[in-house]
Design a protein around this ligand. Structure first.
Ligand code: GRF
Length: 200
């Protein structure tokens, strides 16, 4: 069976530097894929402006107070599916996902996290690494399941933790690797080297 072309829905909440790295890799023909939707839960996300400037279909969808997580995620599902996405890429998306969303995209929902999972899941992973005084940290691309950063690991990249590192310096060193690892993983998904679940 041939692997269909990757149609990515990229979900962000802020800066969007991983999204930009993925977009640049597509422009450079390093990933055979298309970004069919850039979605942000924050209207002012920096990455949205970049997406608009580069002619991508973008959508800012803020959750109304009082709307349940499930109802909000149902709207997300509708937009993502209507855009024709077959892989959902979380890139600094800072909202917890409902079980329904995770189940809907099982095997085709991936995330990048700034630690060597299973170490330091959740928020402030770089700070956690510094507090634990580890010599090595890094980043992980993984499939998303219903736990917090617990899904099957796809690929990891290590970076040293250096004496005198601050949260900022360690984050920057890890981010440099994130910008290489995420596009590399997507390239391998596009070529079929990394298996992912096709939509039903
Ligand atoms: C990255 O460190 C990523 O690992 C984490 O959130 C950060 C997003 O950065 N999930 P950016 O928005 O891609 O610049």
């Amino acid at each position: 069976m041939t692997t269909p072309k990757l149609n990515l829905a990229v979900l962000i909440s802020g800066r969007g530097s991983n999204f930009k790295a993925i977009h640049q890799a597509i422009l450079n023909n390093e990933i055979q894929a298309n970004i069919c939707l850039l979605l942000s839960n924050q209207k002012n996300a920096e990455g949205l402006e970049y997406g608009q400037q580069h002619g991508l279909k973008t959508l800012a969808l803020e959750k109304e107070p009082g709307l349940s997580r499930e109802a909000y995620d149902e709207t997300l599902i509708k937009h993502i599916d209507e855009a024709g996405a077959n892989l959902v890429v979380l890139a600094g998306y800072m909202r917890l996902l409902s079980p329904k969303f995770v189940q809907h995209y099982e095997g085709r929902l991936i995330n990048i996290h700034p630690s060597l999972l299973p170490k330091f899941p959740g928020l402030h992973a770089q700070r956690q690494a510094l507090e634990a005084r580890v010599n090595t940290s890094g980043c992980t691309v993984h499939f998303v399941d219903e736990g917090c950063d617990t899904g099957p690991i796809i690929a990891q990249r290590e970076v040293p933790v250096l004496p005198g590192d601050t949260e900022e310096s360690l984050s920057a060193r890890i981010l440099e690797q994130e910008h290489q690892l995420y596009p590399e993983v997507l390239a391998q998904m596009a070529s079929g080297k990394i298996k992912w679940q096709q939509p039903a």
